[in-house]
Design a binder for this molecule. Structure first.
Ligand code: NAG
Ligand code: NAG
Length: 324
């Protein structure tokens, strides 16, 4: 019996959430090996990794010793901590300094360019041999389509190092992951992700407030009719409110990262920084309304934009009662 071809390279993914699983599956389907360290994560997380053919390693040091590339794909609030973990493992005496290829660290998180620069400084000061690649993921997780081809999100990357120069199948990996190197500066790719996300998630927050208020005023059906005739693009886009609630808790920090981006890199003053309150809107969705408690696909309420307006309105009314 012919033995299977050896993997093209090994990638460590931290961590195996929805996006992590999608990217792991895409890589494994293209003959890469994917590993993760989930030793102190829940049984469900470990099972999910195994079920998707992701190999588990017990420590970060083994992860760094085995992987050619490490991909950080976590909620934005964990991005710095993950980089610190890897920098610590890399500086450990048990880290294999004789490895053949340099270790590439791809930060693919929804973070501000300022935080990306901080992560760059962290590696530059503690483990200068790690090659940091700044990146973002635009679009939903990769998925095998019915015609057996892959839908892939776009993965813009930036920084002084190019993945296409990496010896362990770097060129091929760039193609498989649909990556595009957009600039030699750390922060360009994360910045692109922030500017893109601002327009979609910012509009959704406007839609939440507009629909809720129209519901309270008894003019929601009329608002929707007028949108259809006079602003059909918006009529379509307001429907995004029906898909945001399972992700709202995660978007709170992402909106704060966008605010940070617009302030630090856009030059806008704190009082012009509209994404601070946008973060608060998603915080309220997640923790102040019934929408936030329904994180699964089988939720019963919040399926239409009218439902969302009703649930938001109930939430604001409850909050008002409490403060009166
Ligand atoms: C990964 O390994 C380290 C030991 O290097 C362990 O302390 C840590 O908790 C592990 N991380 C996770 C997320 O399991
Ligand atoms: C890269 O980004 C910098 C700003 O950080 C800009 O000045 C420069 O023109 C960009 N380079 C390219 C090739 O787009």
């Amino acid at each position: 019996m012919a033995s299977p071809a050896p993997p093209l390279a090994t990638l460590g993914i931290l961590s195996i959430g929805d996006m992590g699983v999608g990217i792991a599956r895409l890589l494994i389907a293209h003959n890469y090996r994917v590993i993760t360290n989930a030793s102190d994560r829940s049984q469900a997380t470990q099972d999910r990794a195994r079920k998707n053919s992701v190999d588990l390693v017990p420590t970060d040091i083994e992860l760094c010793n085995t992987a050619d590339y490490i991909l950080s794909i976590v909620p934005p609030r964990d991005a710095l901590a993950i980089a610190q973990r890897i920098a610590t493992a890399f500086s450990n005496p048990d880290f294999d300094k004789t490895r053949r290829h340099p270790l590439y660290y791809l930060d693919l998180n929804a973070i501000s360019p300022r935080l990306a620069r901080e992560i760059n400084d962290l590696f530059a000061n503690s483990s200068p041999d790690v090659r940091l690649i700044d990146g973002g993921v635009i679009g939903p997780p990769p998925k095998l389509k019915e015609d057996a081809t892959w839908y892939k999100p776009s993965v813009p990357v930036s920084g002084p190092h190019k993945l296409s120069d990496a010896q362990s199948s770097g060129k091929h990996l760039v193609e498989v992951l649909n990556m595009q190197h957009i600039n030699d500066t750390i922060g360009s790719a994360t910045g692109l992700k922030m500017c893109f996300a601002a327009l979609s998630k910012g509009f959704t927050a406007l839609a939440i407030q507009s629909l809720t208020t129209a519901h309270n005023l008894g003019c929601l059906p009329e608002l929707q009719e007028h949108l259809k005739v006079f602003n059909p693009g918006a009529a379509k886009s307001v429907e995004t409110v029906t898909r945001m609630s399972p992700k709202a808790y995660r978007w709170v920090r992402e909106m704060e990262e966008i605010a940070e981006t617009f302030e630090a890199d856009g030059g806008f003053e704190r009082e012009e920084s509209i994404f601070r309150p946008v973060a608060k809107v998603y915080d309220f969705v997640a923790y102040g309304t019934e929408l936030g408690q329904e994180k699964t696909e089988d939720r019963k309420r919040g399926k239409t934009s009218e439902d969302v307006a009703v649930l938001m309105s109930e939430g604001t009314a409850r909050r008002k009662e409490k403060t009166e």
